[in-house]
Design a protein around this ligand. Structure first.
Ligand SMILES: *Cc1c(COP(=O)(O)O)cnc(C)c1O
Length: 353
């Protein structure tokens, strides 16, 4: 029986990509030399970087007036690099949609004043915000998909200041119109590849020269590898992006993610044992929080699923409950298997009542 991981991050990667990496681990370009031992300044590694960037540009339709930076420090370092690099009047707006956006705000407070905007939910359960609240700030920050709460923006109004997006848990999982954003950033470990790599897609006119420590300046990283990057993670990410392209690109990923999450949401809605925590249009395509309504029973289900090869179904440590993350590399069978195991648990707990 297959094992599946529903981990929120680092998340599932395509099995065929990991097999390919395993097969080539000891031989990158030359017999006996591994990618892990290869210089980031070598011509062969430069080909990996070029291909990685080209594939991301193709997949997301990133125009030339945007730079693609490959950094370390996770999405978390971007929480401070963004205000540090984009500040002009030192006033920023943040839409508060949950724990990750709050963490981004905490770090931004070191660099200026914050306007906190609360999102609203419309009649269909869609999530948006009131654009007239955004005034005289250097940028507006949004967390496109809330990994912990399981919600996502369904509509982003037009605004005339740079829009900055944390897309850590939905990059390449749903289509994004890059040209609407000043910056899109994401930790790689949810939909792109192994941990240790962060991608920043930034409109070139936003990059200023400032008095900052060298690594922390976006300008240092434009069109060059400033220092030793996370070489293995970049190599693996390049193979994952090839896999996404071979599957049909982001449009296909989004269609499959809707299909997978629909399976789980439909079951949760009809179940007499489990219920979804979020309803309506704003529910996430990639992260599904749910609960039995009883902490002990939630824990019993987590153990029951684990014994059947379904791993990492516990909710985030700050909110509890249960959560299934269905990133790009989760096959449809993984969503179906989860529903089967939930149904079996529901039947067994009914009998024992
Ligand atoms: C996981 C996650 C982060 C944190 O990412 P790190 O790479 O661990 O710093 C930030 N924002 C969102 C939306 C996330 O899902």
């Amino acid at each position: 029986m297959s094992t599946y991981t529903y981990s929120a991050g680092p998340g599932v990667l395509p099995t065929e990509v990991m097999q390919e990496i395993q097969q080539h681990l000891l031989t990158f370009e030359y017999e006996g030399v591994s990618i892990i031992e290869t210089s980031h300044r070598s011509a062969s590694f430069q080909r990996v970087v070029d291909s990685l960037e080209l594939r991301l540009r193709r997949l997301m339709h990133i125009p030339k007036n945007y730079a693609v930076l490959w950094l370390q420090g996770g999405a978390t370092l971007q929480f401070s690099m963004i205000p540090m690099n984009l500040r002009k009047q030192n006033r920023f707006a943040y839409v508060d949609t949950g724990i990750w956006s709050k963490k981004a705000m905490e770090d931004a407070k070191h660099f200026g004043e914050l306007d906190v905007i609360h999102p609203f939910v419309d009649a269909t359960g869609g999530m948006s915000f009131e654009s007239s609240l955004v005034q005289e700030v250097d940028y507006l920050h949004v967390t496109l998909n809330n990994t912990i709460e399981g919600t996502r923006f369904t509509h982003i109004p037009e605004i005339d200041i740079p829009l900055i997006a944390d897309a850590s848990s939905n990059i390449l999982a749903e289509q994004l119109d890059v040209e609407r954003f000043g910056v899109i950033y994401a930790g790689a470990q949810k939909n792109i590849g192994p941990a240790g790599l962060t991608v920043v897609i930034i409109r070139r006119d936003l990059i200023q020269s400032l008095q900052l420590p060298s690594y922390l300046q976006y300008a240092s990283h434009v069109d060059t590898l400033f220092n030793t990057p996370s070489t293995f993670s970049m190599y693996a990410a390049e193979r994952v992006l090839k896999w996404v392209e071979d599957c049909g690109g982001v449009e296909t990923m989004e269609r499959l993610n809707r299909q997978k999450s629909d399976r789980v949401y439909s079951y949760l809605e009809e179940s007499t044992c489990f219920s979804p925590i979020v309803t309506g249009e704003r529910r996430s395509l990639t992260n599904i929080p749910f609960t039995t309504g009883n902490q002990k029973l939630d824990q019993r289900f987590e153990r029951y699923a684990f014994e059947r090869g379904l791993l990492e179904l516990g909710g985030h440590r700050s909110v509890g409950g249960l959560r299934a993350s269905l990133y790009n590399a989760m096959p449809l069978e993984g969503a179906e298997r989860l529903v089967d195991v939930m149904r079996a648990f529901e039947e067994e707990t009914h009998v024992s009542h």
